[in-house]
Design a protein around this ligand. Structure first.
Ligand code: NAD
Length: 480
């Protein structure tokens, strides 16, 4: 039984509609929503970028993108129908040409959304021209991509620029980690069950780990990445968002501002990070594989491709509970996980049971999205009361079958934009608060000319990252 509910008719303009993100994620995603019946026939997608294309040329480009990244071959019979919904207007974000063509194309009485899939330096120019050329209309929505600034000053400036043309309720700042099925399931698990929430505090939780590990290096975008690094590229946004959802107080309702108010309180309660609580790393050269510095084409780069840190939250729920976060490139596996490690039992009644048994709730973002809970049971057989730890596994693909074929994060988030639901988008004050916490850490590195520790490709990161947690008598979970 399909539970897809069609969204209202829309005109979605994609600035940067010929770019990498549009071709890999946005357009194939829209095609899949079209096939699923969520994007109805009257809705349209309008590509806008610098290339001099016409509608036919754009349809060819999108057709190729869907063939390459679409994963919907079995539905190619409906491709023509989808392509007929596409249009194209050549526009330079910093120029004056093309805007009246775009305005003439827009329809009244449908949802208008503008996806800024261009470099952030163009966001201001786009907002300004959408407004001055009267293209946006009063209820338009704009979707802005990452990075949202590279420090607090930049984020504030960007927020102010957008705010001079759009209300906060019209601005959708994308963090695609929030569009992942398991991330939303984290909220369902916490707030939809009686079992977990009573234990979700310093009385029962020993510590929490968040890992986002990649196997890829910086590859072709090395010179871009070199100006940002793992702290700006991953921790300030994605890991911070995951931390907020894990640590926030229960919102009174599942509604955009109620949820975002609680996330903001978490960021504001973060303790400052001391230098000994954070480890930076950079991947070394390996047989046949370039080092980070070679990939970044910067032989003296001090930028980190890995970061691990320990942080604390100053509130009644989490006082004394460490949160260990790590993320990096060229690690041993592509794996993202949040693990809530519960405390040991205060007393074991089972004689000879020296091994520590712990309950661990792990939420896997990738691969194999799912949740498992490590529980202790009796080892089967006649060997007496011997205990073993086993996972109560809930891989969604197994438990829910076809229904687990969840839309990709971008697909879901774009549909949320059309529905006008901002719950899974970052609010301006959240982004600024996250930078306010991140900035002193990065400034400290820059002031000390901190040199990242080299780590072996295919490893779990630098040795010092192991020490960071071993010092506390704990260990990282295996990256697999
Ligand atoms: P890209 O360089 O592949 O594409 C840029 C697009 O912008 C092209 O369509 C180009 O024609 C258009 N463009 C460039 N200058 C323009 C101008 N002056 N006026 C109008 N159009 C112009 O970039 P991308 O990788 O698609 O990234 C787009 C945005 O998405 C960036 O903000 C990026 O940080 C963000 N992003 C990309 C990815 C990704 O996987 N590619 C992931 C996360 C975020």
């Amino acid at each position: 039984v399909s539970r897809v509910i069609p969204v209202d008719t829309f005109d979605l303009v994609i600035f940067g509609g010929t770019g990498d993100l549009a071709r890999r994620k946005i357009l194939p995603g829209l095609f899949r929503r079209f096939i699923a019946g969520q994007m109805t026939g009257e809705s349209r997608v309008i590509g806008a970028a610098r290339s001099e294309l016409d509608d036919a040329g754009y349809r060819d480009l999108v057709c190729e993108a869907i063939a390459e990244f679409g994963g919907a071959e079995k539905d190619s019979g409906r491709l023509e129908e989808f392509l007929a919904r596409l249009h194209y207007v050549p526009i330079d974000a910093t120029g004056e040409g093309g805007w009246s063509d775009l305005r003439d194309l827009m329809r009244d009485g449908v949802v208008r959304a503008f996806y800024f899939s261009v470099a952030p330096s163009l966001f201001g120019a786009l907002a300004e021209r959408l407004h001055s050329n009267d293209v946006a209309g009063p209820d338009a929505r704009i979707v802005v991509e990452k990075p949202f600034g590279r420090d607090l000053g930049g984020a504030r400036e960007l927020n102010a620029t957008l705010a001079s043309h759009f209300d906060e309720r019209q601005i959708y700042r994308i963090d695609h980690y929030l569009g992942k099925e398991t991330v939303q399931n984290l909220m369902a698990i916490r707030f939809g069950n009686v079992l977990f929430e009573p234990l979700w505090n310093s009385h029962y939780v020993d510590h929490i780990q968040i890992t986002v590990a990649e196997t890829v290096g910086v590859g072709g975008r090395g010179s871009y990445y070199d100006k940002s690094g793992a702290m700006r590229d991953m921790v300030q946004n994605h890991l911070m968002q995951l931390l907020c959802l894990i640590a926030m107080e229960p919102p009174s309702q599942f509604e955009a501002d109620a949820v975002r108010d609680e996330k903001l309180k978490v960021i504001r309660a973060l303790q400052p990070v001391e230098p000994h609580q954070i480890v930076r790393g950079q991947y070394d050269a390996a047989a046949g594989a370039a080092s980070y510095r070679e990939d970044a084409e910067n032989p003296r780069s001090f930028t980190e491709s890995f970061v691990a840190l320990k942080l604390g939250i100053s509130n009644l729920r989490w006082a004394g509970v460490p949160f260990y976060l790590r993320t990096g490139k060229k690690l041993k596996a592509r794996s993202s996980e949040i693990a809530v490690v519960f405390k040991d039992l205060p007393h074991s009644m089972f004689e000879g049971d020296e091994k520590r048994h712990r309950n661990i709730l792990s939420i896997r973002l990738q691969p194999n999205e799912g949740i498992d809970l490590q529980v202790t049971i009796k080892e089967p057989g006649p060997g007496g009361m011997r205990l073993v730890d086993v996972p109560l596994d809930m891989t969604f693909a197994d438990a829910l079958g076809d229904e687990a074929e969840a839309p990709d994060a971008y697909e879901r988030l774009i549909m949320d934009v059309i529905r006008g639901n901002q719950t899974l988008f970052m609010r301006g004050d959240e982004v600024e608060a996250a930078w306010r916490w991140t900035d002193p850490i990065i400034e400290g590195w820059e002031a000390r000319s901190d040199v990242p520790k080299l780590y072996e490709q295919g490893s779990s990161g630098p040795e010092d990252a192991q020490m960071l947690i071993h010092r506390d008598g704990r260990r990282w979970r295996d990256i697999r």
